[in-house]
Design a binder for this molecule. Structure first.
Ligand code: AMP
Ligand code: ZN
Length: 485
């Protein structure tokens, strides 16, 4: 069985079949860079990142394109308030977007096209649509004629009367039909503009994504992603423009990410209830925020709360302790990379038990992620193995070093797909490399104390280490230590 994706177009879970075997073209609607991004925006960006990472894990070659909308009404308005030019504001926030997403461990897309760098392509596409009768010009603006595209509404499944009701809120009397939308906006005094066959002006938001997606990925793309608010009218209009121009299907799979909410309301700029991603990252690590954001399946709304972040924090502590403890077994078992996940020669009951948990993680993780990228279940399967490993480490029926090394390998591989464990990040401040020798030093001092029958000192060292979740065991071969949770 392969990957299955819930396609918003068919409203069904479908087997994922890209156009070219082994290759995936993916477009994700990026931010409008008028401000920093909030953690709601980050949810959508993170889902795109994880879909891409998982498809790569499954052996696909993925090309991801994510645009930056760097010209738009909101940018113009905010730039004016701040006394900046639109391009200054967009550049600063575009840069901030890359900084913030990088801090969250989001891998950059293969291409991050900017709308303002694709004006000629947008003009070409509009000209094609005018030539085909799907657009008309009024006073230097160009409108898409919705009536020309018989399938209009196929993504949102809105009836024409609903569309009319929505469009009447702001009726431009010059339009042939209130539902028609602008692809080119005639310049207003003081606004940034570009030359065009219809006079100076700027592109509409929908034409930006149609042009940039088709320029960088071709006329038909495999996956098109965005937040659920973009389904209508943005994506419906992208389909209308692209499909009327090319006569081909624009996107094979449409993925829509449900909202991050706060107190039951969508987190958003206009709602004034947002938390900037950079502020959250000042308090919590990227892994904690990622763990929280993927704790629900992407098609389910997720509620932000301090408590959820704290839960993610303690879950990750457990994960990190476990993986860090396993690391020393992995380092001591170089043959693990060649042998892969072959079962260990030592077949104690505890060993065989843990080995079957490792295999379960591999199959459950793939099953969950194949099933429309169900990160909530995938994370659950990772933590089942963590519990089992901790039990094994704490029990006296020792499991072999080889099996523990295997557990490390599988845990790190799966965590890496989700980006929730990064190899000893503390290494950057050189603290972890001192941990082993420091504990060894304490154990030496304790041994000296025991030799002199100084039981107080010996017990004190043991008890104080226990408070730090480090347990020591005295055996005939000497004293060993491990992390416990
Ligand atoms: P914007 O900058 O408003 O165009 O949004 C950038 C991306 O973030 C779009 O794909 C939006 O759909 C998405 N988005 C905005 N608010 C939220 C939210 N509260 N939860 C999830 N995604 C969101
Ligand atoms: Zn878009």
């Amino acid at each position: 069985m392969g990957v299955k994706i819930y396609n918003s177009l068919s409203r069904q879970l479908e087997e994922f079949l890209p156009q070219t075997e082994g290759h995936v073209s993916m477009y994700s609607c990026g931010p409008t860079v008028y401000d920093y991004i909030h953690i709601g925006n980050a949810r959508t960006a993170l889902v795109t990142d994880i879909i891409r990472r998982y498809l790569v894990y499954r052996g696909y070659n993925v090309k991801l394109v994510q645009n930056l909308t760097d010209i738009d009404d909101k940018i113009i308005a905010r730039a004016e308030t701040l006394g900046l030019s639109s391009s200054q504001l967009a550049n600063t926030n575009g840069q901030a977007y890359f900084e913030d997403t990088q801090r969250l461990g989001i891998q950059p897309a293969d291409v991050h096209p900017k709308a303002t760098e694709h004006i000629p392509e947008m003009i070409d596409l509009i000209q094609t649509l005018i030539a085909k009768g799907a657009a008309y010009v009024i006073d230097g603006s160009v409108y898409y004629r919705i009536n020309s595209f018989k399938e209009y509404g196929k993504l949102s499944r809105r009836k024409p009367e609903d569309l009319l009701a929505g469009a009447r809120v702001e009726v431009d009397q010059r339009k042939e039909d209130p539902r028609d939308f602008d692809m080119w906006k005639a310049a207003k005094p003081g606004e940034p503009s570009w030359d065009s066959p219809w006079g100076p002006g700027r592109p509409g938001w929908h034409i930006e994504c149609s042009s940039m997606a088709m320029k960088h990925l071709g006329e038909t793309i495999d996956i098109h992603a965005g937040g659920e608010d973009l389904l209508f009218p943005h994506h419906e209009n992208e389909i209308a423009q692209s499909e009327f121009a090319t006569g081909k299907l624009f996107a094979r799979y449409w993925v829509h990410v449900a909202f991050l909410k706060i107190d039951g309301t969508r987190m958003g700029k206009s709602e004034q209830n947002f938390i900037f991603l950079r502020d959250a990252l000042d308090k919590y690590s990227a892994e904690i925020i990622r763990h929280f954001l993927i704790s629900a399946h992407y098609r389910h709304p997720l509620d932000y709360s301090l408590e959820s972040l704290q839960n993610s924090e303690s879950a990750l502590k457990r994960l990190n302790n476990c993986v860090d403890t396993l690391n020393k077994y992995y380092e001591a078992t170089p043959e693990i990379e060649e042998k892969g996940n072959e079962t260990s020669e030592s077949t104690s009951h505890a060993d065989a038990d843990l080995f079957s948990s490792i295999e379960s993680l591999q199959s459950q993780f793939t099953e969950a992620m194949d099933n429309d990228f169900n990160t909530a279940q995938a994370v659950g399967s990772i933590f089942s193995l963590v519990s089992h490993v901790n039990k094994s480490l704490n029990s006296s029926n020792g499991v072999s070093q080889y099996t523990l090394a295997n557990a490390y390998k599988v845990l790190t591989e799966t965590c890496q797909v989700l980006g929730i464990y990064t190899m000893n990040e503390q290494d950057t401040d050189n603290t972890t490399e001192y941990l082993d020798p420091l504990i060894e030093l304490l154990l030496d001092i304790r041994q000296d104390a025991r030799n002199q029958k100084d039981w107080d000192t010996s017990d004190k060292i043991r008890d104080r280490l226990k408070e730090l979740n480090i347990e020591i065991q005295d055996t005939r071969e000497g004293t060993s230590w491990k992390f416990v949770t």
